[in-house]
Design a binder for this molecule. Sequence first.
Ligand code: FE
Ligand code: FE
Ligand code: ZN
Length: 292
Amino acid sequence: MIIGSHVNFGVNQLLGSTEQALSYGANTFMFYTGAPQNTIRKEIDMNLTNEALNLMINKGIDINKVICHAPYIINLGNKEKPEAWDFSVNFLKREIDRIEKLHVKYMVLHPGNYLKQEVSVALDNIVEGLNKILEHNDKVMILLETMAGKGTECGRSMDEIKYIIDHVIKNDSVGVCLDTCHLNDSGVDIANFDSYLEDFNQKIGIEKIKCVHVNDSKNELGSHKDRHENIGLGTIGFDNLMNVINNEKLKDVPKILETPYVGDKAPYKYEIAMIKNNTFNSHLIEDITKEI
Ligand code: FE
Ligand code: FE
Ligand code: ZN
């Protein structure tokens, strides 16, 4: 089982992220290279990076399974303000170069928002943006995240994801990140995950799935809300999420928790332990809250 969570990328950069992941009992992790809601980024420190890579080797974390997430304010879908679209494209180009320095292979991206345009126009803008971004880099793969369909999000259906992949020129460098909360909120019943995967395999190809965000959902199937819940406490439920985690076809795909903090406490150590035990912990919230 390759399991981890979202972690910070603070002053100690990749080394801090690795140490945090290890403290949760994880064997992989996902990070933003700065605050997810802005695009201020520091230089990558190669000493810290090398220390982190050595620590990973010693502790059995495979850097090839580590995930970076692009900031969510980036929008490749809308070109009404051309300078904002150009900024997004150029930022992502630089971001890919930054994570290449970290030896990280995957960057998860929210495809974009269509805002006041037609969805089809937005999808073509996303394709054009990805073509520019991927032009000069063969090392990093961009993973389009399946979205909940909140507001004007693109990527809320398999067809939208497929359209983007089919139209990008270097589409060997484009993969998919499934998010269980988003799938549920977009109308995919995780209780029938096997049939979703079968459908996915026919339309897109299961080998394109390089990451799974494992989150429970606070809302009903098809609610288009996107509010994550702790594992086993939402509308998807523990058993359905365990079926995704243990799915034989996704055995080598990293599973990343993006569940909410409980007060100021990260839930990941407790959720990872519960998942490894394969038994729902009905005292999960109490256990997290008790931690000093
Ligand atoms: Fe995301
Ligand atoms: Fe996600
Ligand atoms: Zn989400």
